[in-house]
Ligand binder design. Structure first.
Ligand code: MRU
Length: 359
């Protein structure tokens, strides 16, 4: 069984190793996560982030925890709840922990089974990402044909590439596929304040793959759309309600409004694990993470000598508020690019594609 994915893998000690995303784009460093505390902290402090990847890390985290408690299921239940509670919005995290614990319930050899199930879950996620790439790329090709153009300009928000979902990402998966097929693709990359996942992570990923891109301040998208400079928007998601409301990185809703006003297609790319079939009204019911005000008040970056600094950019006394996500109502979403094909963002279409258990 394979246990090597782009953003995380089992290392030679059979421990979980991840790319430390807090260090990108300035340095590439990895971290070994052995204990449950290390896994929980890595999710909380966003060493690893992105809806799919925190689910993937959680699955391997259960394997690490199973070794830590020497195969005791009752003790593992407690460790699992700590991992499950490490961040509130991306449902992939809860989904991964629940699936793991359900399948480990009657395991004879808990440790071996935990490893097997974590690998299986991650292999499935990687396969779903490939399917999203294919279905999303077909939409890109259709738009180019319809507009009789050779270059496509795609706007994306935050990071939903391979750092966020193994192994090709979600929003970026169709873009990678288009690039592979020789399509001239250019990406408008929202910087994504306050943590700048777009400017630091999406731009870094696209640079690695040689894909044309331009980083824009978060408020630029509406202007670009008014001037015909955006052919489509693709974002990822952290949780989608049964009626197709989309929780994604804060600021996504404003992009969807601007896209709607300018008749720019707005697509959301997701694997099955991002659906929350229990929730009907996403705006009212999806829990939104609030993070430290310091993420708004301080910026990180390197000086001309490459030394990393964190600097205050506001009056020291001014309070700040930091919601991590917002919810885009389904009526603003053109379509969902899923591992089972493209569907409308509404209750009936989602139900027809996915059973309530998400299988
Ligand atoms: O806070 P983050 O960086 O973990 O946020 C998750 C995201 O990266 C985005 O919301 C993304 O668009 C969806 S994750 C596939």
């Amino acid at each position: 069984m394979n246990a090597k994915y782009k953003a995380l893998w089992l290392n030679d000690n059979d421990n979980l190793e991840v790319i430390d995303q807090t260090k990108l784009p300035f340095s590439y460093e990895t971290k070994e996560l052995v204990t449950t505390d290390e896994v929980v902290n890595a999710i909380k402090d966003m060493t690893v982030r992105g809806a799919g990847v925190i689910g993937s890390v959680a699955a391997f985290g259960i394997y690490m925890a199973a070794k830590e408690v020497k195969g005791d299921y009752e003790a593992l239940l407690h460790k699992a709840s700590l991992i499950r509670d490490s961040r509130p919005t991306a449902v992939n995290l809860m989904w991964a922990v629940d699936r793991m614990m359900l399948r480990l319930k009657d395991a004879k050899d808990l440790i071996a089974k935990a490893r097997e199930e974590a690998v299986l879950l991650n292999d499935e996620e990687a396969q779903e990402s490939q399917k999203i790439a294919k279905y999303g790329c077909e939409i890109i090709e259709d738009i180019l044909k319809e507009k009789n153009k050779t270059r496509i300009n795609i706007l994306t928000h935050c990071n939903a590439g391979w750092l966020a979902v193994i192994d090709e990402g979600t929003a970026l998966a169709p873009i990678y596929e288009a690039h592979k097929r020789g399509i001239d693709v250019h990406v408008w990359v929202d910087e994504t304040r306050p943590r700048n996942q777009g400017a630091s992570l999406t731009a870094w990923e696209l640079t690695q793959s040689g894909i044309k891109h331009t980083i824009i301040a978060d408020n630029t998208g509406g202007h670009l759309m008014q001037h015909g400079m955006v052919d489509m928007v693709i974002t990822g998601a952290d949780r989608i309600s049964a009626n197709g409301d989309v929780a994604n990185k804060i600021g996504t809703y404003l992009k969807a409004l601007a896209a709607f006003d300018n008749q720019v297609p707005f697509y959301v790319a997701i694997p099955a694990s991002t659906f929350d079939h229990e929730i009907r009204d996403g705006v009212k019911e999806i829990p939104i993470e609030t993070r430290s005000a310091d993420e708004v008040k301080y910026m990180r970056g390197v000086d001309k000598k490459g030394v990393l600094h964190e600097v205050l950019i506001t009056p020291a006394q001014s309070p700040a508020l930091n919601y991590g996500f917002d919810v885009t109502p389904s009526r603003l979403v053109t379509g969902l690019i899923t591992n089972k094909g493209v569907c409308k963002a509404d209750y009936q279409s989602i139900k027809e594609k996915f059973n309530s258990d998400g299988e």
